[in-house]
Ligand binder design. Structure first.
Ligand code: SF4
Ligand code: SF4
Length: 230
């Protein structure tokens, strides 16, 4: 359990985020955001409650909400489109999650742990799913609705103009230059730093992978220069 001073610091970091004043403009307590929130239908979660907690600046309850509730948000931003005050509860949740990571909160680690393989794939290839992976047999946990989408997806796949988005084989085959650019973006935007705070082992695996790709890219560049000079 954090001390009051730590909870206050966490709230100060949330409030200090450059997006905060843009996302929170007051609250009528009208509940429109919660009425339209898909996550509120299934979890003990309410965007109205999050906004009210932040608006009233109750640091202990904000800290409590960061243990579980904020991780229920699907980041769909329906709330932001509907709020008469132009608040963005989803945007505020995004800030709270980033601060939870910065403070290495256990709740953030617990939420992210099952997604290690997904993060590895996303960070190393830039994507996780390609359309041909979405097959009824591969997603039994999606329930009976997955059976309905299979037929339509065949047509949708053909409509996607970018070839690399259509199959696993091509979607996961990323050019060296694009890979290195992606890693630079992950690095400069703080994604890799956040990952290191959350899961050091996964970070080490990804860092080795990135180093290897960068070396391959340097070699490739040298070969190109030699060819150009020849
Ligand atoms: S819709 Fe906006 S004003 Fe209404 S409760 Fe939600 S955040 Fe507050
Ligand atoms: S962004 Fe989050 S809080 Fe807002 S409607 Fe979507 S799930 Fe609900």
């Amino acid at each position: 359990m954090a001390t009051y001073a730590e909870m206050q610091q966490i709230f100060d970091d949330i409030r200090g985020d450059f997006r905060y004043d843009h996302e929170l403009n007051g609250c009528l307590n009208c509940g429109i955001c919660t009425a339209t929130c898909p996550s509120a239908q299934f979890y003990d979660y309410s965007p109205r409650e999050i906004v009210q907690l932040l608006w009233t600046e109750n640091v202990e309850q904000i800290y409590d909400a960061m243990q579980e509730k904020i991780w229920a948000c699907a980041q769909c931003m329906t709330c932001a489109a509907r709020c008469p005050f132009k608040n963005s509860p989803g945007g505020l949740v995004a800030i709270m999650r980033e601060v939870a990571i910065k403070h290495e909160m256990q709740s953030a680690k617990d939420v992210l742990r099952p997604f290690g393989r997904v993060m590895l794939k996303l960070i190393t290839t830039g994507n996780q799913l390609s359309p041909d992976m979405i097959q009824p047999d591969h997603f039994p946990d999606w329930g009976p609705n997955i059976q309905k989408v299979e037929g339509d997806l065949r047509i949708l796949r053909k409509a996607i103009p970018v070839k690399t988005l259509q199959t696993v084989e091509t979607a996961w085959e990323v050019s060296l230059k694009t890979s290195v650019e992606m890693y630079t973006i992950w690095e400069m935007t703080g994604v890799l730093k956040s990952l290191e705070l959350m899961d050091e082992n996964l970070f080490d695996v990804i860092e080795d992978f990135i180093d290897e790709k960068r070396e391959d890219y340097e070699e490739w560049l040298e070969e190109q220069e030699e060819d150009d000079g020849a």
